[in-house]
Design a binder for this molecule. Structure first.
Ligand SMILES: *Cc1c(COP(=O)(O)O)cnc(C)c1O
Length: 390
């Protein structure tokens, strides 16, 4: 069992052993195969009858993916985990497992935009209704949860980085007999372990910090054996969004450095957020680490935050002058990134969550990578100087 807030306590968990590794190599092999053969008829029939648990086909079970799943389950304190081909595959497979037509789910406002769109399109067509609530208003959440099947959380939320009392929200879901699910991509298990706060299911876009090198699109879900077995049995094989062996192998490598990467993102981003806040051209900085204290259960902060420019700054010139911060979506890798809110507000995808987001058109989202605080700050200062209107 993991407790305590020192991310380095987790270091022992990311050195998972691999029983299948005959050569005692420190890095596990990539079992890059679609199928696994049987020596005999009897072995095949025993496997089909469920008397033997061994790989048959990689859409179900693959040893490299399993290796990653076990590492991640240990980091989050889950009994089991399932790897998916993307964070969205993890989100859709999880939510669809636990709802039926006529059900209602409750979700916090300002969700990751594609989760919002899933709820507003496919889930709606399945006759599942979604009520959006202010995650900071526990009474409102409690009232909305009456009769709801599932509570969907994200803390901090996307873009505006609003934090919630995750343990209190999980307790409300439990009281109403609903399953609670949280997207923990932003904090990673280094800074927030929601299962220990009473949440039933934790999921990640592994494309972000878990991978950490911007070379993988993947997702993962963890929780109790009972709940994970339901997703494995009901959604994973038929929706088919399985993680690939090579991506699992890259993620195993990514997890080895997760604690030190998260500490580095935290230090640099917090420093830059504080310096931005002191500038006359900046109206507001949305970074959970600038509050008097972090919400209960969150022990640190990552590299992603947003801020709002005052009038008098040309945001286009700011973005185009930046050298180290590249214009680009996603985050969680080694590199620094910038996304202007006014561009996101023009996105054609429907339904467009940017408005539901409360997104300020003068806001900018930064991902602070691993390049080093001072060079990144010089980059920002230069770009701000170039973007000041006369
Ligand atoms: C990127 C992201 C997702 C979706 O993950 P993919 O791997 O891109 O499918 C989900 N939640 C959050 C918070 C994200 O940032």
């Amino acid at each position: 069992m993991i407790n305590g807030s020192d991310p380095f306590e987790l270091a022992s968990l990311i050195v998972a052993h691999d029983e299948t590794n005959a050569f005692e190599a420190v890095v596990p092999p990539i079992v890059q195969t679609s199928l696994f053969t049987f020596e005999t008829y009897d072995e095949m029939v025993a496997t089909y009858r469920g008397e033997r648990n061994r790989p048959v086909y990689s859409r179900g079970l693959n040893p490299t993916v399993r290796h990653f799943e076990e590492m991640l389950a240990k980091l989050e304190g889950g009994e089991d985990a399932l790897g998916f081909g993307s964070g969205m595959a993890a989100i859709s497979s999880t939510v669809i497992t636990f709802v039926e037509p006529g059900d209602r789910i409750v979700a916090v406002k300002n969700l990751y935009p594609d989760a919002f769109r899933l709820f507003g399109t496919l889930l709606k067509r399945m006759k599942v209704e979604v009520t959006y609530v202010d995650g900071t208003d526990l009474d409102a959440v409690d009232a909305a949860m009456a009769g709801a099947r599932l509570l969907y959380l994200e803390s901090p939320t996307s873009w505006i980085m609003e934090t919630h009392d995750v343990a209190a929200l999980a307790a409300i879901a439990r009281k109403h007999g609903a399953v609670s699910v949280i997207d923990n991509s932003w904090a990673s298990p280094i800074f927030q372990r929601p299962l220990s706060l009473g949440v039933d299911i934790v999921l990640h876009s592994a494309s972000k910090y878990l991978g950490g090198h911007s070379d993988v699109v993947a997702g993962v879900v963890t929780g109790s054996k009972t709940l994970i077995d339901r997703i494995r049995g009901e959604a994973l094989p038929y929706l088919g969004g399985k993680m690939s062996p090579f991506d699992a192998w890259l993620l195993i490598r990514g997890l080895r450095t997760l604690p030190i990467r998260m500490k580095a993102h935290e230090t640099s981003a917090l420093d830059i957020a504080r310096r931005l806040k002191a500038l006359d051209v900046v109206e507001q900085v949305n970074h959970p680490g600038l509050a008097n204290q972090l919400p209960p259960g969150l022990s640190g902060t990552s590299g992603l935050f947003s801020f709002v420019f005052r009038e008098g700054v040309d945001i286009r010139a700011f973005c185009d002058t930046l050298q180290l911060f590249k214009l680009g979506v996603s985050w969680g890798g080694h590199e620094s990134l910038v996304v202007p809110g006014e561009v996101v507000l023009q996105q054609k995808a429907q339904p467009n969550s940017a408005h539901a987001f409360g997104m300020n058109p003068r806001s900018v989202r930064l991902h602070v990578g691993l390049e080093g605080t001072e060079v990144l700050w010089r980059d920002l200062e230069t770009a701000i100087a170039a973007a000041r209107l006369p």
